[in-house]
Design a protein around this ligand. Structure first.
Ligand code: CU
Length: 490
């Protein structure tokens, strides 16, 4: 990331010079003409360049003012086990070892020599259909490759824009649903306007035999996929890929550019950043630019380039605004912005009064009528409790109370070194079971929000609270299922 920022700064410094050079018509050492037809842009085939490929959420160095080149893309398909959310394993099929696959950055006029390698340990043949290709199948037929083989094909990049690539081997939906998608950016001549930070985000949904959070290795469920009823809808391959310690980082005043794709295979994304307005959206990744957008629609196998300046510090949540996907299936990421408060833009809370209409009730999470896992895995040791408890915390509590229990100022109270939590364990159990609304004081700060009752078993409550009490400087109590049962029955 640092190198990208550095590069951006240098690009910025050179921008003035570059503009002058462009106007005087001597920017191109191969030719000084502008080509109406991108097919005619010349490429020096003796000066091939290896394409820089990056894992999400990072992107390669901008093309800037460079000439069109022969660009060699070397991409390896890997079928590998990963973690969907704490305790849930999944075998992902990947382009380059990550979901989404490696980001490819190129420019109009480049000639791409694409090497697609299928690792010998893989079990299946695959291929690649790049939406940036003008040719049959987007390269799919030319790139169909068995494990332990490599296929090479080449194409000239004609259209600027942000494009999805994906595997197109039958059953295509299944290859995509297992993670086989990514983005290829084609910059226009002269490159995109420099910004301070760029990130790579891609939504995709997963269909597993077990329900959300059910532990163990989860197989792909074809019927759920056909019904378009996913258990997980996530950014960058798994729940929490960009939250807590992995949250995106920026500083007040910076201009952010997000390359956002949607791998699908089926759902449409209503992409939104809570607390920000997109100054600019390259609609569907193409030339059309829309301004002042709250939520942009990204079709399955489509993309958008989203740009905004961050004016105030804080935690900004990226979501698919189909909200149950965000809060119950994982489609949530965070951008943490540091810097000076800007009271001209946002004051924060200035007053709080009492307002108590009749009939206020705590909402509860309805116990879902889908079947519970056949048998619940019991924690047999303290280490098990900590492990299972952490998994449950990361799946259920982290969005509000945050990765290290620090909470969110003036919204969600901290659990780390919390005097309120440590003072009364039965009260803490009661809150998890039955929810809490109204004002409380934690470590001297007042909070007034709503926590919903959580539909967890006694075992799950005991694990998650044991984890919380034995983390982040808390009082190291161990909570047993019997203690939870006693509070539940009183
Ligand atoms: Cu495939």
């Amino acid at each position: 990331m640092k190198s990208i920022i550095k590069k951006n700064l240098i690009t910025k410094m050179l921008l003035g010079l570059g503009t002058i050079a462009f106007l005087s018509g001597c920017v191109n050492d191969q030719s000084d003409k502008t080509y109406a037809n991108a097919e005619e842009i010349p490429v020096n085939k003796d000066q091939a360049m290896m394409a820089e490929l990056t894992s999400p959420p990072f992107v390669p160095t901008p093309v800037g003012k460079r000439m069109a080149k022969k660009l060699i893309v070397d991409l390896e398909i890997q079928e590998r086990e990963g973690e969907m959310v704490g305790g849930v394993k999944y075998v992902y099929w990947t382009f380059g070892g990550t979901v989404p696959g490696s980001f490819i950055r190129t420019r109009v006029g480049d000639e791409i020599e694409f090497h697609l390698k299928n690792h010998p340990d893989n079990k299946l043949p695959h291929n690649i259909d790049l939406h940036a290709v003008n040719g049959p199948g987007g390269g799919a037929e030319s790139s169909f490759v068995a494990p332990g083989h490599e296929k090479v094909f080449s194409f000239k990049v004609l259209n600027p824009g942000l494009y999805v690539y994906h595997c197109a081997t039958a059953p295509v939906g299944m290859h995509i649903a297992n993670g086989m998608y990514g983005l290829i950016l084609v910059e226009p001549e002269g490159g995109l306007e420099p910004v301070d930070r760029e990130f790579y985000i891609m939504q995709g949904e997963f269909y597993t035999e077990g329900a959300y959070g059910e532990r163990g290795m989860q197989a792909f469920d074809m019927q759920k996929a056909i019904n378009e009823n996913p258990d997980y809808v996530v950014f960058n391959g798994h729940v929490g890929a960009m939250t807590g310690d992995n949250a995106l980082q920026a500083k007040v005043g910076e201009k952010i550019r997000l390359f956002v794709g949607n791998g699908g295979p089926s759902l449409i994304s209503s992409f939104h950043v809570i607390g920000e307005i997109f100054d600019k959206v390259h609609v569907e990744g193409g030339d059309l630019i829309n301004h002042n957008i709250q939520t942009t629609l990204i079709p399955a196998a489509g993309a958008a380039i989203v740009e905004f300046r961050v004016e105030t510090p804080g935690s900004f949540i990226l979501v698919d605004h189909s909200m149950f996907r965000a809060f119950n299936k994982g489609a949530l990421a965070m951008l943490n912005v540091e810097g000076e408060e800007n009271k001209r833009v946002f004051t924060g809370e200035i007053h709080e009064g009492i307002y108590l209409p009749e009939g206020s009730v705590i909402q509860s999470m309805p116990s879902l009528d889908r079947k519970k896992p056949k048998e619940e895995m019991k924690a047999l040791s303290f280490e098990d409790k900590m492990k299972f408890g952490k998994d449950k915390y990361m799946a259920t509590c982290v969005a509000c109370h945050q990765g290290n229990g620090q909470g969110i100022a003036s919204a969600f109270p901290p659990l780390a070194k919390s005097d309120y939590l440590n003072a009364d364990v039965d009260r803490a159990i009661d809150i998890v079971l039955h929810g809490l609304t109204g004002e409380i004081t934690v470590n001297g700060n007042k909070y007034n929000s709503v926590m919903t009752a959580q539909a967890l078993t006694d075992e799950e409550v005991s694990n998650v609270l044991t984890y919380v009490y034995n983390s982040w400087g808390n009082s190291k109590k161990e909570v047993t299922p019997q203690m939870v049962e006693a509070v539940r029955n009183r």
